[in-house]
Design a protein around this ligand. Sequence first.
Ligand code: ADP
Length: 399
Amino acid sequence: MSSLPVLVLNSGSSSIKFSIYGAGNGERARLFEGAVDGIGTDLGKFWIKDASGKKLVDQTPPLPNRSVAFKLVADALNNGQFPAPKAIGHRTVCGGPTVRENQRITPQLIDEIESYAALAPLHTPIAVYIMREALKLFPGIPNFAILDTYFHRTIPEVAAVLPIPREYSALGVRRYGYHGISYESIIDQLQPEVPDKLIVAHLGNGASISAIRCGQCLDTSMALTPTGGIISGTRTGDIDPGVLLFILHKIAETTPNAAEAANKLETVVSKKSGLVGISGVSNDMRDLRQAIKAGNAEARLAVDKFTWTIARWIGSYVAELGGLDMLVFTGGIGENDIDSRAEICAGLGVLGIELDAQRNHVRGAAVISAPQSRVTVRVIPPAEDLIIVNHVVRLLGIV
Ligand code: ADP
């Protein structure tokens, strides 16, 4: 079989990232990658690079809305300059309670995913919009929904159920977990020697952590939405529900309309909290490290809260797994922030986790534990698009 061009689409609130892989005969090669960024502004960017990193498209078009942005991508991929996709994989953050398996996208499936948009209001509306556009602009090409929640479908009911009245659970309110494609990629890269008891910390602008037994997810920190779990760049993570009520009452003093007040609360917990909330400086670890060097006490406290929370979570997952063989750091902070890794692991000697300061002085893939450490500690960057391509190819029935 010759190489089959597979398009991977990853849409966010202001960008659509994409890559094209050639897939066939067990081979996967990334041919091109690109993005339209700055959607909703006059300062849009549209670029496509080849596998060597050479920019083949580099434009600054006005991108008033998603429709214009996605049409730009579709036109470029349909004009003969690039291999036209024969299949499309959509990174899909949440399929709700009924769409738990990766599968071919049909208009009915999109409606089903959309019917649970209230469970993931920041992600689902964008995802379903791009799915509908892709069906229109690439007619006859099979599209697949590849879910970030798929990896977490194995968590036991005790981890999935949330302590709320059944009437809300019945609406699909439960732990779904996110970053699943990243976790799958780490497992894939550890093959064929996936340790029995594994913890992976995906620390990016959004951050989560998972306990994985024999390659299957046992527990994960994010729950109904990516706002739950450990604190991250702009999100609270798990928090006393009384705090939400307090903030909501405060907001209601000036915003009597309940829906508007809920939206404002959403902005507070998803966009203004976490590292940026505590520090008042930035959600970006690079800025925070600079501020710490300059003596900023709030930045120090924010980062301490972050590393302290992760260390506690690791402790509870070691208990849940009944031990630990390997700890993996991934995501922008996990891969690049030497100090965060050192600070998280500093108090974990009791769990058999010992970093080697020299080995930890690295950005990108490496073993960073000391030779005598009972637990192996590694840094592994995820290759999420490759996992999406693998699912698409499997669902097409091609190896
Ligand atoms: P996302 O969660 O949006 O997918 P990433 O996983 O790429 O993003 O993580 C982005 C975050 O990684 C940044 O906000 C920043 O906090 C952190 N980061 C990126 N590069 C570095 C670096 N060189 N040093 C420290 N932190 C970094």
